[in-house]
Ligand binder design. Structure first.
Ligand code: FHN
Length: 595
């Protein structure tokens, strides 16, 4: 998907979901940053693991308003329930986070192996979580707490060697008549965004950039109301206060210092330069008492390895409650992640993507002369096959205890014996080599092996012809709980085809499943799968509509058994049988060895 399309889709998607529109067609998630790399990004690129904290009045509401439970982004409760700004402001008089302890939060971050922390100084609700002279709607003036938690947190964090930064919602402010987003209290036509910038947003940003020491990051969110020149002026004015601080790409207009991808988005292939993926720990950024869908330590570690294998950072969010306590499972699972990082951090920190693309067993990261294999899904026979290894290997060992591992090389594949006791989350195998490795992404042919119950052929590695094309679809589960799935679209005519090449390591029978989404009115169309000159027919099954604000459902539809005579390179092709509607939105092909 090109950048322009992304811009249109994101604006449309916010309009649909959050029910407001903007005068300008700007990407809500500006993922483009300054092309000229900022030399100050070095610490950031090395850091790899950040902690995002969403904390505000919404944390006190905990996803409940007038006895009704809300699901998804808790920090959007004011918008979801269309709470009048004057009524919402009263929550402050009850907001008293007496259990907040900056040392404990910073200790948790340290124990979790976090290298940078970004906390909401002001979210869309408009409440400043710090001592602001610009607006009385702040934690010191308007709440019984009466203290500035940000000062204490900035100090405690820095003392532990963690970079500290602020999130600031520069355009959306539902408390202010001229701020973006609140159309239930204030008429859009009466709004003067520039006045808002002049009177609140810019002066508050100046406070934050002046009164809290060196900020590693200023995490702007959701640009709006400013053209490129005005955004440049904002950036220049802020950088004059803190030249070294890094501004997120959501400052807008491609003027950030590094790229932040969409909420809960990991790019499909490695990306050079400074960038991050951001994820919620459960299904909300802000605290929700009834949201218990926390990612397990294994899920966090896999996510971290996956993001690092593409060359980026993971910033994982926690949502403390209204008393200032971090949820139990966030603490517990972050600490477990920290234990894994303590033993395996060398494969994550200061690393970049590995040149070996994702394999059925896992992903790779690298450092000069070193390749790290992150074994996320061990093979049944304990033999890890690394294709395309063309350098001289000097040592192969388990990272945690340096135990050397047996290996051999066959047909440019390195075969490593898994250590006997594997890490339940992610066993890291380190490979020292001399020379340069081939770039496996240049001709990425996935492996299919009976050593894995599930072999996935991703659409990002497929070749399309005719009008068929690859596009990332963005949709959500709960409110604001975004998902991003690359799919092959537009397979309407028999010429609109997709072709998957893969290497099978052993002969045998394999069950083929097509993973796709298909709305009612496109279902019951026939498609053809071709393998080794034989055509296998199937009829599409109904799943769901594609609507960016709703879940997109995928089915894993078994369509055939194929027999593979010998190991080697094979191709599966898919196409519609006749000229009708789009056949489906294809996510992957899955091959199960038949046992
Ligand atoms: O609307 C916000 C949302 O509440 C949250 O802060 C996320 C974090 O990236 N940013 C916006 C949506 O993209």
């Amino acid at each position: 998907m090109n950048h322009h399309k992304k811009i249109v889709i994101c604006s449309f998607l916010y309009f649909l979901t959050f029910g407001f529109s903007f005068a300008q067609d700007i990407d809500r998630w500006d993922k483009e940053a300054n092309e000229k790399e900022n030399p100050n990004t070095l610490w950031f690129k090395n850091a790899k693991f950040g902690m995002f904290i969403h904390w505000g009045l919404y944390s006190k509401l905990a996803g409940v308003w007038k006895d009704k439970d809300y699901y998804g982004s808790g920090e959007w409760l004011m918008n979801q329930a269309k709470i009048p700004a004057s009524e919402y402001a009263k929550i402050a008089s009850d907001f008293n986070p007496i259990k907040f302890n900056a040392q404990e939060w910073a200790d948790l971050a340290k124990d979790a192996g976090i290298r940078y922390m970004v906390i909401t100084a002001k979210h869309h609700e408009g409440f400043a979580m710090y001592d602001s002279k610009v607006s009385d709607f702040n934690i010191v003036k308007a709440s019984p707490y009466g203290k500035d938690p940000m000062k204490a947190l900035a100090d405690a964090t820095r003392k532990r060697g963690i970079q500290f930064g602020f999130y600031y919602s520069q355009f959306l402010d539902w408390h202010e008549p001229n701020g973006g987003g609140n159309k239930w209290d204030f008429k859009e036509a009466d709004k003067d965004y520039l006045k808002y910038y002049k009177e609140k947003s810019i002066p508050q940003l100046k406070e934050l950039l002046t009164n809290y020491g060196n900020l590693g990051i200023v995490w702007f969110d959701m640009p709006g109301g400013l053209n490129k020149q005005q955004t440049q002026e904002l950036v220049d004015e802020m950088h004059a206060l803190q030249p070294k601080s890094l501004f997120s790409s959501r400052v807008g207009q491609g003027l950030g210092d590094y790229r932040t991808f969409g909420d809960s988005e990991v790019p499909a292939t490695p990306i050079k330069g400074a960038w991050e993926s951001i994820y919620t720990h459960n299904d909300s950024w802000g605290y929700i008492s009834h949201d218990m869908n926390f990612k397990s330590p294994e899920e966090i570690i896999h996510l971290l390895a996956n993001v690092a294998s593409k060359g980026g950072n993971l910033m994982l969010n926690v949502g403390p409650d209204g008393e200032g306590k971090i949820p139990y499972y966030s603490e517990k699972f972050l600490r477990a992640t920290g234990l894994w990082l303590k033993a395996n951090g060398e494969s994550i920190y200061e690393s970049t993507y590995g040149l070996i693309p994702a394999q059925p067993w896992g992903v790779t990261t690298s450092k000069p002369g070193k390749l790290f294999l992150h074994v996320l899904n061990p093979p049944k026979n304990g033999k890890i096959v690394v294709p395309g290894v063309n350098s001289s290997i000097t040592k192969v060992y388990r990272l945690t205890d340096k135990t050397t591992l047996k290996y051999s090389i066959k047909d440019q594949s390195l075969i490593v014996d898994m250590p006997l006791s594997a890490d339940p989350h992610n066993t890291v195998i380190a490979i020292n080599y001399t020379g340069t490795l081939n770039d496996g992404y240049l001709n990425n042919i996935p492996t299919v092996s009976p050593q894995y119950d599930t072999n996935m052929l991703e659409v990002v590695n497929a070749k399309t012809s005719g009008a068929a094309k690859l596009e990332t679809l963005t949709y959500s589960h709960y409110f604001g709980d975004w998902k991003h799935t690359p799919c092959i679209l537009n397979m309407v005519k028999p010429d609109d085809q997709v072709e998957f090449k893969f290497n099978i390591t052993a002969p045998g029978d394999y069950k083929v499943l097509l993973e796709y989404s298909c709305p009612e009115e496109h279902a019951k169309q026939e498609g053809i799968m071709e393998f080794q000159g034989k055509a296998y027919k199937f009829q599409t099954l109904r799943t769901s509509e594609f609507n960016s604000g709703k879940p997109l459902l995928f089915i894993k539809h078994p369509v055939a058994i194929i027999s593979v005579p010998k190991a080697g390179l094979y191709t599966i092709k898919l196409r519609p049988e006749t000229n009708k509607k789009e056949l489906f939105k294809l996510k992957s092909i899955i091959l199960h060895p038949v046992l």
